[in-house]
Design a protein around this ligand. Structure first.
Ligand SMILES: [Fe+2]
Length: 267
């Protein structure tokens, strides 16, 4: 039986941007794109850009400033922000250590070709010309109180499931929903399930035993990603007796879970 395609975030095929100060890798789902983004410590602010779709930036390592329409917001490790469609935005590391984030894009992203290596979808091909952005000093305002704009995912209110063996919350954009599942190793084994849309599963902390119909069951450890296609049975639970934090990404937002992000209001 074939092995399911499990990828470590840090081993994804990366491409250089802006003279190698930004490195990116792509991973696609049916209606969304994840852009893994490494910001070099030497990166300074580059000219803002705009996108026709909402983005989410999930910041994992290091600190970075995310500027939206002239206002800079500091993201610490394990925090996130939504960049509304058409807003002028740019980001750069806040400390001396660089930063690593996962961005959630829509298929309209001009970076869709970064997922061509995946082979699950028709190749987009790299555009003939890609813009190099100029370095420009920041002249805007740094927002001191980012309450209601920047969220630390570990501090969000959670809902209990499976006798509270799983606690969950979510964060949304107009195009996607990211759910955060904090799973205790005591959780009862859940039977495989399926749905007619695809699902990205990312393990942040801990290790799960993952089942995907048609493939050998496998372990998925920290900083790994896997895609369950629509209508394919899948299941996963903690392995090794350790707590798990798993993030799932649904594009478009999964209607039956979107209430978990009601605290963000109407977008
Ligand atoms: Fe699922």
């Amino acid at each position: 039986m074939a092995k399911a395609a499990v990828y470590k975030w840090d081993d994804l095929p990366k491409q250089d941007f802006d003279g190698g100060l930004i490195r990116r890798a792509g991973f696609r789902q049916d209606h969304g794109l994840l852009v893994f983004t490494w910001l070099d410590p030497k990166l300074t602010r580059l000219a803002p850009m705009r996108a026709s779709f909402d983005k989410i930036i999930l910041n994992f390592d290091g600190e970075q400033y995310v500027e939206i329409d002239g206002k800079a917001h500091k993201l610490t490790p394990r925090s996130m922000i939504r960049i509304p469609a058409n807003a002028a935005h740019t980001n750069w590391p806040a400390g001396n250590a660089g930063a690593f984030a996962i961005e959630v894009h829509a298929l309209d992203s001009d970076l869709l070709y970064l997922a061509d290596w995946q082979g699950d979808f028709p190749a987009k091909g790299k555009p003939a010309t890609t813009k190099t952005r100029a370095a420009e000093p920041f002249k805007g305002e740094t927002v001191k109180d980012t309450t209601g704009i920047v969220y630390e995912w570990d501090k969000l209110k959670r809902e209990g499931k499976y006798e509270n063996a799983m606690m969950r919350t979510a964060f949304k954009s107009r195009g996607s929903l990211v759910t955060f599942n904090y799973i205790d190793p005591s959780i009862k084994k859940q039977p495989p399930h399926k749905h007619d849309f695809d699902q990205i599963i990312m393990i942040v902390d801990g290790t799960i035993r993952f089942y995907l119909d048609g493939f050998e069951p496998c372990e998925v450890g920290p900083r790994a990603i896997i895609r369950a296609a629509g209508d394919v049975l899948h299941a996963g639970g903690p392995e090794n007796g350790k707590h798990v934090l798993n993030m799932d990404v649904f594009s478009p937002p999964r209607p039956d879970y979107v209430y978990l992000a009601d605290y963000q209001g109407t977008l």
